[in-house]
Design a protein around this ligand. Structure first.
Ligand code: NOJ
Ligand code: CA
Length: 594
């Protein structure tokens, strides 16, 4: 089933760019990014070669979880702007060939949402909009589930005198998807934004919507109870209904965030013949160096990464490819080396992101190689998850130094520090006091400096995006693993089969260059050294005698060419330098096999 070519849509060719509005660009000096700020930076986004923006939530929210707790789905939070500003964003983005994809957070609302306020007072029709339970007969909590932000998933409500379920923070009560009225509300919300011209939705924790039962969960203390709500048949039915009723008639795109999803579950959620989601965000490839959760590290291995990538690359007909988002550490601090080989390792990770098979998602700041935060204590951290984890570890008597080390490694605020536009005090993000600290390295790692420097991480991203846009193989070809050990991995993108060639539907707004499909794009082989040491490849013929200029004077068409390199080397000699990554246009890939 793997790697068959799905019917071509605009989003197969596009590069997506995720904006976390709070931290992108402040326009009025209040220290919080906003929609007019985003509009003022659209030229920079367009210059990267982006075809769509995924906008993290801008709806009204009391901000218990930075916008992922929504109190009004059809209004813009005044701190971010107005609906008029939003309409202007859609229009101005469209002028630059960029679509807007909204974040859809419908597993839960804010406890300040009028639905929840009415529900706790048992006002119809809202009484059963949420998941309410009385205490057990022994006076205990309704079940033993534990949540994503730690602790029980149940909170007592004084007004209704019942517990309500919250898989996330207690200010994020879960909606009740056994109630058809809730699904109707969601359909109204989808229509509201589609009518305003959005191209689709990134669907927050979408595979958790439907709670099949509220029985006790099995397993250890971490996220206990999941078997009762992870990717249940009820969730599939809801996704199919939303698609049938609203999304398909509007031609809308969806990517679902699918927590702890298996490959089989992901197929059921996103293969085209299922008519559910278009793409899923899975996490397997980011967890190569983690045990159980982001907070329990283990050593990284390139061969494990390749093995996991291969499973997903070949297992789904199309992948959402990403290395960062607002919940993950910065990739150059995670899989790269932000101390000794900052720009080279950031470049190598750009190669990985932009040469895999699928739709790449760049998270704001990734394109300039932004690193994890440089905070020195918990009071500089805002993230609700980090604070909850610290409290839990404190209860377990874990020493402060260990707690801080864990939070520094895994806090979601690592990715949420303001976008570094220039070297000034407010880094061009704000003229006021930023809501979250600015990394001191903004004097070096910043857009303005990198824009001018042909060898910057930013220009490396631009170059790769242009390469991808012009290459039928990189856009549509197959994926196969070539070689891996603890530090090095290699894979090949094989040419698109002749029979599969088809223009993208709705390709009017696709990326510039996407239509320039030459007849003979060969295979590409990608070598990546994830280490600060020179690595000798045991089969040196695999990585030797590669020349862009074909100095031997042989048939130029047959000579493999390094088309992109993180070191600038144009020939390989059986070894890879520290953090060297190369993309080789490989006219004779067949001969290399075996
Ligand atoms: C996933 C979002 O990406 C994250 O930021 C949020 O806290 C949870 N879902 C809950 O909405
Ligand atoms: Ca602002």
């Amino acid at each position: 089933m793997s790697q068959r070519q799905p019917a071509r849509q605009w989003w197969h060719d596009a590069v997506f760019y995720q904006i976390y509005p709070r931290s992108f660009q402040d326009s009025n000096g209040d220290g919080i990014g906003d929609i007019p700020g985003i509009i003022s930076r659209l030229d920079e986004v367009a210059a990267l070669g982006v075809g769509a923006i995924w906008l993290s939530p801008v709806y009204c929210s009391p901000d218990a979880d930075n916008g992922y707790d929504i109190s009004d789905y059809c209004a813009i939070d005044p701190r971010y702007g107005t609906l008029d500003d939003f309409d202007r964003l859609v229009a101005e983005a469209r002028e630059r060939g960029i679509r807007i994809v909204m974040d859809l957070v419908i597993n839960h609302t804010s406890d300040e949402h009028p639905w929840f306020q009415a529900s706790r007072r048992r006002e119809e029709p809202y009484t059963d909009y949420y998941i309410w339970q009385p205490p057990r007969s022994d006076g205990e909590l309704p079940n033993n589930w534990t949540g994503f932000f730690m602790g029980s998933t149940w909170e007592w409500d004084e007004v209704r005198e019942e517990y309500y379920l919250h898989l996330f923070d207690k200010k994020q009560p879960d909606l009740n998807y056994h109630n058809p009225a809730v699904i109707e509300e969601i359909e109204r919300i989808l229509r509201f934004w589609l009518d305003r011209g959005v191209a689709g939705f990134r669907c927050d924790v979408i595979s958790l919507l439907y709670k099949t039962s509220l029985e006790d969960g099995k397993g250890g203390p971490v996220i206990r109870g999941m078997e009762h709500y992870k990717t249940q048949p009820g969730a599939h039915e809801i996704l199919q209904k939303l698609r049938r009723d609203v999304l398909d008639p509007a031609g809308a795109f969806t990517v679902g965030e699918t927590v702890m999803v298996t490959l089989d579950e992901a197929r059921d959620l996103s293969e085209p013949d299922r008519h559910e989601l278009d793409l899923v965000f899975y996490f397997d490839h980011l967890e190569v160096d983690r045990l159980v959760s982001r907070y329990v590290p283990k050593p990284f291995r390139a061969d494990t990464l390749l093995e996991r990538l291969t499973r997903w690359q070949q297992g789904l007909s199309w992948n959402a490819v990403y290395l960062e988002n607002h919940d993950q550490p910065r990739i150059v601090s995670h899989y790269g080396d932000d101390k000794h080989y900052w720009s080279r390792s950031a470049d190598l990770l750009a190669i990985l992101l932009l040469t895999l098979r699928g739709t790449p998602f760049i998270y704001q700041g990734q394109e300039i190689g932004m690193t994890d935060f440089d905070f020195s204590s918990l009071d500089q951290v805002d993230d609700v998850e980090s604070h909850n984890i610290d409290a839990l570890l404190r209860e377990a008597k874990i020493p402060q130094q260990v707690r801080w080390w864990l939070i520094r490694t895994a806090s979601r605020d690592n990715a949420r520090t303001p976008m570094q536009w220039d070297a000034t005090a407010g880094t061009g993000f704000t003229t006021g006091r930023p809501w979250l600290g600015i990394n001191a390295n903004h004097t070096v790692v910043n857009y303005a400096a990198e824009d001018q420097d042909p060898r910057s991480v930013l220009n490396f991203y631009r170059r790769l995006i242009r390469l991808r846009a012009k290459s039928p193989t990189l856009l549509r070809g197959g994926f196969e693993p070539v070689w891996a050990d603890r530090s090095v991995m290699a894979y090949r993108r094989t040419p698109e089969p002749e029979a599969d060639r088809q223009p993208a539907e709705g390709a009017d707004q696709a990326q510039p260059g996407a239509a320039e499909t030459g007849p003979k794009d060969p295979a590409y082989t990608i070598w990546l050294n994830f280490s600060g040491r020179t690595q000798r490849i045991k089969q040196p013929w695999l990585v030797s005698s590669v020349s862009a200029d074909d100095p031997a004077g042989g048939d130029p068409v047959q000579a493999p060419q390094i088309v992109v390199s993180t070191t600038g080397r144009r020939e390989l000699d059986g070894c890879l330098l520290p953090w060297e990554g190369v993309v080789i246009r490989d006219f004779a890939a067949e001969a290399w096999r075996g």
